[in-house]
Ligand binder design. Structure first.
Ligand code: F6R
Length: 209
């Protein structure tokens, strides 16, 4: 494992954008695993800038997002589907058919999860997975006590996660109580993973590293 300490959020955003660019330069049809949350915003902005300046080409890149709230439609402003299109995909030259997001309003959760896993396999597996860490240590929506072998599945969100994510909603009651997430087993199959930890927001987690 390689640890890089950065000075501030701008450096975090440009360094992580650079890791993605290197991946795409090495393999133009790279399969990226992507995250939402607050931390990736700067990295997505930097990637948009570099794409618009012609320094990175997403035309053959394939993406799979980590997770989605169960019960929110793709059009819902707090869905991860909406977030990803609004803050990233619509600004770059990625093909719509190469973008994969879980369907938060699926009527058949088991089928949705199985299909997602099959699509990841069919695309050759994730080359580079981007991960954030929740303030209770969650990865995707996998809470700390979850099985390390799990595949994409439905989870109940803990009260702590609901509280933390209520900052994106009007209040905690509006936060969905469940989500669909790649499992730790799915994530660990990625060929490379990088994750970030911001000292200011998560000092406790940083001490544990
Ligand atoms: C988002 C996700 C979450 C976030 C985590 C950290 O797709 O899977 O695990 O990465 O909650 O979020 P921020 O970046 O807001 O601290």
């Amino acid at each position: 494992m390689k640890v890089t300490i950065v000075r501030d959020y701008n450096e975090l955003s440009s360094k992580t954008a650079q890791l993605i660019i290197e991946q795409i330069i090495n393999k133009k049809n790279s399969v990226l695993g992507l995250a939402t949350g607050s931390t990736p915003n700067g990295m997505y902005k930097e990637l948009i800038r570099l794409n618009q300046e012609g320094k990175v080409d997403f035309s053959e890149v394939i993406t799979f997002n980590l997770d989605e709230y169960y019960g929110l439609s793709p059009e819902h402003p707090q869905s991860y589907h909406f977030f990803m299109w609004d803050s990233f995909f619509k600004h770059i030259n990625i093909k719509k058919e190469n973008v994969h997001l879980l369907n938060g309003i699926t009527e058949n959760i088991a089928k949705e999860c199985k299909q997602y896993e099959a699509l990841i396999q069919k695309s050759g597996g994730i080359d580079l997975q981007v991960l954030g860490i929740g303030n209770n240590g969650h990865i995707g929506f996998n809470e700390p006590d979850i099985s390390l072998n799990g595949r994409t599945h439905l989870v109940n969100l803990t009260a702590k996660t609901i509280r933390a994510n209520s900052r994106f909603f009007n209040n905690a009651r509006e936060v969905p109580k469940q989500a669909i997430t790649m499992g730790i087993g799915t994530i660990m199959q990625a060929k490379k993973i990088f994750y970030w930890l911001t000292a200011k927001e998560k000092p406790g987690l940083l001490k544990e590293q």
